[in-house]
Design a protein around this ligand. Structure first.
Ligand SMILES: Cc1cc2nc3c(=O)[nH]c(=O)nc-3n(C[C@H](O)[C@H](O)[C@H](O)COP(=O)(O)OP(=O)(O)OC[C@H]3O[C@@H](n4cnc5c(N)ncnc54)[C@H](O)[C@@H]3O)c2cc1C
Length: 468
């Protein structure tokens, strides 16, 4: 009997009959995420129903040295949930309960399979707010958000997922259950392993529950579109707004190509000469928003905005956001192939980065539409191509982009993580000593390397290159 079969028998015994899926037609949907990483079929999927189930799966996998890949909504952009060594995919769609909202403590206790948009909706019904808002919020799950430390447009004002995680239950590679963090607002006991776990891409432990911080729901929100006649004009806007005491909830950038795509879908009527748009949202006390909007409008016109349009009702606002959220898929429909990078540079270097993307497009004869979270200097730089022969040019352009980002004191990924796709580039940003230290941390948490193998570290990713 193979070690996988032995592990699956132990798992089925512990988790109940029917807990293990092996039907190939059902396994297919667990073979990929929402990235260009090649799909790899798992040999089995276990849909966990409790922390005890997860612990039983890991104990059996550890004993028989079977690889396990945790999976949330499968919306990841770097192949993080792709089971490159085969083995078991541990899925969380059945652990999807919001277990409670504590209005006194401003916290919520959730299972990892809760869809992020659903958590936002449930908390808002209680007049509370869970700010992290990845644009995939209707299909990504909290476990995946914690593993990726997801951000979103409103990270500009509210920060990313890590800022809202107080504590979590995790299962280690050998099945040990740990409670990390705390339920209190303050606390400095021991190492901050909660922070280490957030953003570790499912390579150090499996999140089975989390206590998340909530804030009061902003009373009102206004959404404005500022149109500019050139991309060069938008870069100074973020710094100017902040210097003049404005802190919008988000400042999203769309370049000319992104505007061309969004325009019909959002029903936008904007000046013809518009080459760049900033989608800006203000939130807070209703009584103060009108004054703030007027002040912001004046600043934007001083910075040569052609037009500042304000969404007149919630329907108009929702239409704008729906087309912004769809943008990635709309771009995908423009060409046979698309690779999307999510680089970040200091805000003050955004003009350099935007200029460099245009230069790259000219130099490599590629279409490179760019949009993203301008407030954070986090841009989605998209490479589109049709002919497979063009891929070599795309690879050269991506490497050049990364070099420039590092020169500008930026980072390779603001949101999506490293996964499989960015692993080869990690040494461009991190020194050999830093990578080696992280590999040692991985060894401590997962000495047999069974937890999400093939991710983050170049040597590990190379081991599974072409495995599927
Ligand atoms: C259209 C679109 C828009 C997007 N917009 C944004 C955005 O604005 N901001 C942003 O940050 N990202 C964005 N993303 C990327 C993606 O949605 C996020 O990375 C998200 O956090 C992934 O969550 P998921 O549940 O889909 O995770 P998955 O893709 O299933 O997994 C992601 C990683 O988490 C690990 N994992 C999953 N569950 C657990 C668990 N319980 N314990 C431990 N590890 C686990 C997996 O092994 C994998 O490494 C977008 C993606 C799409 C397709």
């Amino acid at each position: 009997m193979s070690s996988l079969d032995s592990a699956l028998i132990a798992i089925e015994r512990a988790c109940g009959s029917g807990s293990v899926i092996r039907d190939p037609s059902l396994l297919e949907s667990y073979s990929h995420d929402d990235s260009e990483a090649l799909p790899c079929m798992p040999e089995a999927v276990v849909r966990a129903t409790s922390t005890a189930d997860v612990s039983a799966v890991m104990k059996a996998a550890y004993a028989h040295e079977v690889p396990v890949t945790p999976r949330g909504g499968g919306t990841g952009r770097v192949g993080g949930a792709v089971p490159v060594p085969g083995g078991i995919v541990l899925a969380f769609e059945k652990m999807n309960a919001v277990e409670g909202i504590d209005k006194g403590e401003l916290t919520t206790r959730v299972q990892p399979g809760v869809i992020t948009g659903e958590l936002k909706r449930v908390t808002e019904e209680e007049n509370l707010y869970y700010p992290p808002d990845p644009n995939s919020l209707d299909s990504c799950a909290i476990g995946g958000n914690l593993a990726a430390n997801a951000g979103g447009p409103r990270a500009f004002k509210y920060g990313v997922t890590r800022e809202y995680v107080m504590g979590m239950d995790v299962v280690l590679a050998d099945g040990t259950i740990l409670k990390l963090g705390r339920e209190t607002k303050k606390g400095v006991t021991g190492y901050d392993l909660t922070s280490l776990m957030v953003g570790s891409e499912g390579t150090l432990g499996i999140v089975t529950e989390a206590t998340l911080r909530l804030i009061p729901k902003p009373e009102a929100t206004v959404t404005a579109l500022a149109c500019f006649s050139s991309l060069d004009e938008v870069a100074p806007v973020v710094s100017s707004l902040m210097a003049q005491g404005q802190l919008p909830a988000c400042i999203e950038l769309l370049d000319e190509e992104a505007i061309r795509i969004v325009r019909p879908e959002a029903g936008l009527t904007i000046p013809n000469e518009t080459k760049a748009i900033l989608l800006i949202e203000l939130d807070g006390e209703e009584a103060r928003l009108e004054g703030e909007l007027e002040r912001m409008g004046n600043i934007l016109f001083d910075l040569d905005a052609l037009e500042v349009l304000v969404a007149q009702h919630s329907g108009e606002r929702e239409r704008l956001w729906a087309s912004r959220r769809e943008l990635s898929y709309s771009l995908k429909r423009q060409a046979a192939n698309k690779l999307s990078e999510d680089v970040v540079v200091p805000r003050t270097k955004m003009a350099d980065l935007l200029g460099y993307c245009a230069e790259l497009g000219d130099r490599h004869s590629l279409l490179i539409p760019t949009y993203g979270h301008a407030g954070d200097g986090n841009l989605h730089v998209n490479f589109l191509w049709n002919d497979p022969d063009e891929k070599a040019r795309v690879d050269l352009a991506i490497e050049a982009l990364f070099r420039r980002v590092i020169e500008l004191r930026g980072t390779l990924s603001g949101e999506h993580g490293i996964g499989i796709l960015k692993a080869p580039y990690l040494p461009m940003e991190q020194s050999p000593a830093l990578i080696a230290l992280q590999e040692k941390i991985k060894d401590v948490f997962d000495p047999k390397h069974i937890l999400n193998p093939g991710k983050i570290f170049p040597a590990d990713a190379k081991r599974f290159h072409g495995a599927c």
